[in-house]
Design a protein around this ligand. Structure first.
Ligand code: MLC
Ligand code: AMP
Length: 508
């Protein structure tokens, strides 16, 4: 008999054993227990089953953060469904692609966007709504469905879209085994227990907020202060009553600049975790000075979950993402030959283990292209191991910008800009930004007889691109720098505009 325990099984076990234990601490001072959350999961499961959800069916969600959204995630797993959360910033046009590709049985949207989505989903997709005030059609069922579809480690649990550096977005299919194994590794590595009180201020449509922060809490029987979004005032207020914070580097840059954060305020905290984007060594040091705590930086990716982490008890090194997590193999290889490098040289980072996803949804060729013959997955990140086995990320082979922890793929923006009549060609780059780490800048060449104007260009892409992807500045140049092969030299452009936002006079 299998001993596999899925994230859902683990949560339901806590709900059975300690139904009154608190899971959610909400900003208005109310709480929701494990038992009450399980009931909500079973009501939503009844609704989804009535909508026709069968094992393997996708359930898509684009809603604001609420406890019921977590119940929806768990209800989908209960039915053997595949959970597909979408960034709330995506425009209707962006969502169209995901719906067309993943063909969900159910789409759950906000009440405000119901009419829009009813108009754009195929007849085979049922549209449900979910608000943040306990409202929405999803919550209307009074029936209770407790029938749990047994999860196997290899069965798909979720699809998370990660935009491609070329072509269309790819849906990374994560299995129950991926989610559970990563949780097990992190629980042990970070000493996460039922006594923990997490400050949860991340969005729940990415692995950081959902499969790290939420899953760790659900599977340990811990509780979380569940905030709608990052809010420095609320976090400062909660720190004395909490033990753990998980965030992207922007959280720590902001908190390090906040005089209310002191070692005294943070005396009860035991762990500050940072990830999803590079944490500058200087910010690591500044936060320690401010709070008396050394941030624990870890490294992960949608396709792989968490890969490496600085140790809980050993040395946490600024500028390093730490050591491979238990059960996960990480190697650095020569980017030309693919040969493993052992002498601390810089190369491509590759990962193998139970955390690595099963493939891209309906894209067998793209999946095959990202895996080596011996099963290692190519992350597209570039790094090196030092003599003590600590990994540092020094760059990326993939053309991607990470703005405040959200990934932006330049090709998507370039295609839209190139279609504008005043633009002959464009190159989109990421430049350093004091708050967001990196931000998006477009460099364009004018079409003959035209003069591109920044607000016009931004306006032209605005209704097609989520706000966080829109360029924060546009620069017009005579020609894009190219190498002898004719390839645009983005590194040269990044150098040229490196101080666009760090120079305080021009800071936006
Ligand atoms: C918000 N805005 C952003 C932005 N977030 N612009 C660029 N980049 C971002 N990340 C814009 C909004 O559209 C809005 O624009 C304005 O900023 C204010 O919005 P806000 O919601 O009030 O912003 P703020 O609270 O400041 O949010 C910043 C943030 C947030 C950093 C707190 O983006 C965030 O929580 N990021 C976390 C992302 C995350 O979870 N990543 C994990 C990916 S998983 P306007 O102009 O309309 O006012 C992954 C793997 C791994 O990477 O290893 O974890
Ligand atoms: P995503 O595709 O959204 O999951 O983003 C994953 C990418 O974020 C990784 O491939 C890295 O490039 C980056 N990333 C995650 N954590 C870190 C970190 N601690 N330091 C640097 N980059 C990181």
């Amino acid at each position: 008999m299998s001993t596999f325990e899925s994230v859902l099984d683990s949560f339901l076990g806590h709900a059975r054993r300690r139904p009154d234990a608190v899971l959610f601490d909400l900003p208005d001072g109310t709480t929701i227990s494990y038992g009450a959350t399980a009931e909500s999961v079973h009501h939503i499961a009844a609704r989804l089953r009535a909508d026709g959800v069968q094992p393997g069916d996708r359930v898509a969600m684009q809603v604001d953060k609420s406890p019921e959204a977590i119940a929806l995630y768990l209800a989908t797993l209960q039915l053997g469904g595949v959970f597909l959360p979408l960034n709330t910033a995506y425009t209707g046009g962006e969502v169209d692609y995901f719906l067309g590709d993943a063909t969900p049985r159910v789409l759950v949207c906000t009440p405000a966007r119901e009419a829009e989505f009813r108009g754009r989903t195929p007849a085979s997709t049922v549209v449900e709504t979910l608000g943040t005030e306990g409202d929405g059609s999803l919550l209307l069922s009074r029936d209770t469905d407790r029938d749990v579809h047994p999860a196997t480690p290899g069965a798909p649990a979720s699809i998370l879209y990660t935009s491609g550096t070329t072509g269309r977005s790819k849906g990374a299919v994560l299995t129950h085994g991926n989610l559970a194994s990563n949780c097990d590794a992190l629980r042990e590595y970070w000493r996460y227990t039922a006594e923990d009180r997490l400050i949860h201020a991340l969005p729940i449509f990415h692995i950081h907020g959902l499969f790290v922060a939420t899953n760790l809490t659900l599977t340990t029987g811990a509780r979380m202060h569940y905030l709608p979004k990052f809010d420095a005032d609320a976090i400062v207020d909660l720190i004395p009553r909490s033990t753990v914070l998980m965030g992207v580097p922007t959280f720590y840059t902001r908190l390090a600049a906040d005089a209310r954060v002191t070692p005294g305020l943070c005396a009860e905290m035991r762990l500050f975790v940072s990830g999803s984007a590079p944490l500058l060594a200087a910010d690591h040091v500044a936060f320690e000075k401010r709070s008396g705590h050394r941030i624990l930086e870890r490294y992960g990716m949608t396709e792989t979950g968490m890969i490496t982490s600085n140790p809980y008890e050993g040395e946490r090194r600024p500028g390093s993402v730490g050591l491979p997590l238990p059960g996960i193999e990480v190697r650095v290889t020569d980017r030309e030959t693919g040969a493993p490098l052992t002498g601390g040289e810089v190369g491509g980072i590759e990962v193998r283990g139970p955390n690595v996803f099963s493939g891209y949804w309906n894209m067998p060729e793209k999946t095959a292209a990202e895996f080596c013959d011996d099963g290692y997955f190519r992350t597209g990140d570039v790094g090196r191991f030092d003599d003590d086995g600590y990994l540092s990320i020094v760059g990326r082979d993939k053309d991607m910008v990470i703005s405040g922890g959200f990934n932006v793929y330049p090709v998507e923006i370039e295609e839209l800009l190139d279609a504008h009549p005043s633009v002959a060609e464009s190159a989109v780059i990421g430049v350093p930004h004091p708050d967001l780490g990196e931000t998006v800048v477009a460099v364009v060449v004018a079409a003959p007889g035209h003069t591109p104007v920044e607000p016009d260009l931004i306006g032209a892409v605005a209704d097609r691109l989520a706000r966080f992807k829109q360029p924060k500045a546009v620069r017009v140049v005579d020609a894009l720098p190219r190498n002898v092969m004719g390839k645009v030299q983005k590194a040269e452009l990044r150098k040229r505009y490196a101080e666009l936002f760090t120079d305080t006079d021009t800071c936006a």
